[in-house]
Ligand binder design. Structure first.
Ligand code: AMP
Length: 210
């Protein structure tokens, strides 16, 4: 099954993608994680993306479309995948259609801007493996240390409040129109983001199985 997770930055797409990926045994593809990795290793693509990402802006379509094309061609995607953070614009969604890849379900996780501001200021991510934590809602066993790989937990530059505001604006202008795009294709399910990860997961799994 080929699934897209839609939602504002901080709506919980990454966390939910990890859970669904385990349940359905299909890989999660996060363009954000791929770009961050490129940034860390200093590739040309990473350098191109850096200023956009740090300002809370979208990386140009042609860059992310290239990333996704390459990633979806790999063997592990043949039985399905979960896209987390792609597409984020109508041209990106059109590019996916043009690649001839059929999307089965699009799950939109709805969370208010106010709740997102609160969530993102407390978010911490593992420097090494990218796993996501929260100082209030999803604490690691040991403060500041990743449960999976013992890497250091840090705040992403783009999770700072001013950047979050900019990212929300970009989301409403550029990404939200995708809800209509997929609704017209009969693929959209809207799920209200709940207070706990588990209850949101339950709603998402129900929507996937429907
Ligand atoms: P994320 O981790 O998904 O929130 O992505 C972090 C940042 O990476 C975004 O704020 C963008 O700058 C960039 N990015 C990730 N995915 C995309 C995409 N599909 N289109 C454009 N920029 C993206």
């Amino acid at each position: 099954m080929n699934i897209i997770l839609l939602g504002a930055p901080g709506a919980g797409k990454g966390t939910q993608a990890e859970v669904i990926c385990d349940r359905l045994n299909i890989p999660t593809i996060s363009t954000g994680n791929i770009i961050r990795e490129a940034l860390k290793t200093g590739t040309e693509m990473g350098l191109k993306a850096k200023s956009f990402m740090e300002a809370g802006q979208l990386v140009p379509d042609e860059v992310v479309i290239g990333i996704i094309k390459e990633r979806l061609a790999k063997d592990d995607c043949q039985n399905g995948f979960i896209l987390d953070g792609f597409p984020r614009t109508i041209p990106q969604a059109e590019a996916l259609d043009k690649m001839g890849i059929e999307i089965n379900k699009v799950i939109d996780i709805e969370v208010s801007d106010e709740a997102i501001m609160k969530r993102m200021s407390g978010r911490r991510v593992c420097e090494k493996c990218g796993a996501s934590y929260h100082v209030e809602y999803k604490r690691p066993a040991k403060d500041g240390v990743c449960d999976s790989c013992a890497g250091a937990l840090v705040q992403r530059k783009d999770d700072h409040p001013d950047t979050v505001k900019a990212r929300l604006e970009v989301y409403h202008n550029e990404t939200e129109p995708l809800k209509d795009y997929y609704d017209r294709q009969g693929k959209l399910s809207v799920v209200e983001g709940q207070d706990t990860v588990e209850s949101t997961t339950a709603l998402i799994l129900k929507a996937i199985e429907a």
